[in-house]
Design a protein around this ligand. Structure first.
Ligand SMILES: Cc1ncc(COP(=O)(O)O)c(C=O)c1O
Length: 482
């Protein structure tokens, strides 16, 4: 039985039991009515730790879910999972990778927490919230191979990435270099450019040639780009536009051997890939839970290596908990809605019902089979070897869909034209990307996706290809299409 399940089953007598209230005063921070500090609660051993009383009954939220079971008690993926999401039926939704989609019980849990908070706001915020947030970290950290004391929740990966880059930048000197990859996330490149500009540091972008021939090429590109001046590097675990699963374990080793600190941007990783922070051992790791882990928006985490890497971190928002340790500094950034974070407890249960390994295998297999179907229909190719894709794949589509020939270069405006047409005319939500002057679909597969979604993609693309034959769509490199 997990700590969380134990908590849900506490008896009234247990709930009423006063807990070490002897003259502890305001042992937490600010004027919160806490008898133990956040930092103490997170550091306690399981023997010392008492699970907080649960004011919300989370069990019923997963009852219906559990009963959608298949053989040997394992749940069926595909169509039966649709009801476990909030997604409507108007669109074929093949773009989980963009902003994720919340699992219904997790959404309901966030709503339940929100409702509970308003019944007696003071009681909730002053007396219940902080121990519950600490408890959520304690329950979630082992899911990603981390110690609770090394992981904090944040509202988004963007917040985490800025936090780490700011921390790292305090150690940079004017002559240093920082490194990122050409396939890295665009806003991260901007974060680096801003900080580099302030300190006078050079931002080197190592080029990853597209299409990618092998993971070795990425490792070689990084090895070549590191110089004696390189202090810091950022790599995506899964790249956004190109859907590549990068060989991050190898990249971390290369960097550590050369004295370079590494931040891994794992925005797409939780839910898509098996994660073990301690085994991977980067300097910092940032990830979203509101993407593939199916939490409500506003849910991400930052993991930091104990020692200098943790000590260097300052929250972007300084508040009451500052100065009392990592968890304390990050747990409260003002009087906002923390329901998404509390709902992580329910997300953990949902993932246990799916079976994380089975779910990941389904997602990866579905993405690959869908890509193979499209390849067979269009005689095209994928952007990288299969072992560099997870639950998203970049599949090339015929250039005729955008009214150009295979010899012509595709621009982002062509991609937008195709994506808009798929959206408006065919009710297919799938992103279209340009890589090396060619058009690609980035298909996603989560547990609710099924063959029919990709059939809709395939038939829309063939209709577009055929109907655009002989038709001229003029797109400009930076502009629109006519
Ligand atoms: C690789 C990568 N990093 C960072 C982010 C930013 O995530 P968020 O907008 O949730 O902060 C994304 C979002 O898609 C991403 O794909």
């Amino acid at each position: 039985m997990t700590d969380h399940e134990r908590a849900s089953k506490k008896t009234k007598t247990e709930e009423a039991k006063p807990e070490d209230t002897t003259l502890a005063g305001f042992a937490g921070f600010g004027s919160f009515m806490q008898d133990k500090s956040v930092q103490k609660l997170i550091s306690e051993t399981s023997a010392e730790y008492t699970v907080p009383t649960f004011p919300v009954d989370l069990d019923p939220l997963v009852y219906g879910f559990a009963s959608s079971g298949g053989e040997e008690g394992a749940v069926h993926f595909g169509k039966p999972q649709k009801g476990n999401f909030m997604l409507g039926t108007e669109f074929f939704f093949v773009n989980h990778g963009a902003f994720g989609a919340v699992a219904r019980p997790v959404f309901e849990a966030a709503q339940a927490w929100r409702r509970h908070a308003e019944v007696q706001p003071l009681k909730f915020i002053d007396r219940e919230l902080l121990p519950l947030l600490v408890h959520t970290i304690r329950e979630f950290a082992p899911e990603v191979g981390a110690k609770a004391t090394d992981l904090v929740f944040l509202p988004s990966a963007t917040v985490g990435l800025n936090t780490v880059i700011n921390a790292a930048a305090r150690e940079w000197n004017a002559d240093d270099e920082v490194l990122s990859l050409s396939v890295g996330y665009a806003s991260v490149r901007k974060m680096l450019d801003v900080r580099c500009g302030e300190v006078g540091v050079r931002h080197i972008t190592a080029q990853v040639e597209l299409p990618v021939a092998s993971a070795d090429d990425v490792v070689d590109a990084v090895s070549r780009a590191i110089s004696p001046k390189t202090r810091f590097a950022v790599f995506d675990h899964v790249t956004s536009n190109t859907a590549l699963v990068l060989p991050v374990a190898r990249l971390i080793k290369v960097c550590r051997n050369r004295g370079v600190r590494v931040l891994i941007d794992g925005a797409h990783a939780p839910g898509m890939l098996h994660l073990d922070m301690e085994a991977l051992d980067p300097d910092w790791y940032v990830a979203n839970l509101h993407k593939w882990y199916c939490c409500p928006r506003g849910c991400a985490f930052l993991w930091a290596r104990p020692g200098e890497q943790q000590a260097a971190l300052r929250p972007l928002v300084i508040s009451h908990g500052s100065g009392d340790g990592l968890t304390s500094s990050f747990v409260w950034d003002g009087n906002r809605d923390y329901s998404a974070t509390l709902a992580v407890l329910t997300a953990i249960r949902v993932w246990r019902l799916w079976g994380p390994e089975r779910a990941r295998a389904y997602m990866q297999r579905t993405a690959r089979e869908a890509a193979e179907t499209l390849l067979a229909a269009f005689g095209t190719d994928v952007l990288a070897p299969w072992d560099m894709f997870g639950a998203m794949v970049l599949v090339r589509i015929p250039a005729q869909c955008a009214g150009i020939t295979e010899d012509e270069e595709a621009f982002p405006a062509h991609a937008k034209f195709v994506q808009d047409t798929l959206f408006h005319t065919y009710k297919v939500e799938v992103p279209v990307k340009v890589a090396a002057g060619k058009l690609y679909l980035r298909i996603s597969a989560h547990v609710y996706n099924q063959k029919v979604d990709y059939k809709a993609v395939s038939s829309a693309i063939s209709t577009m290809r055929d109907s655009n034959l002989g038709r001229v769509v003029v797109c400009t490199k930076g502009g629109g299409c006519a």
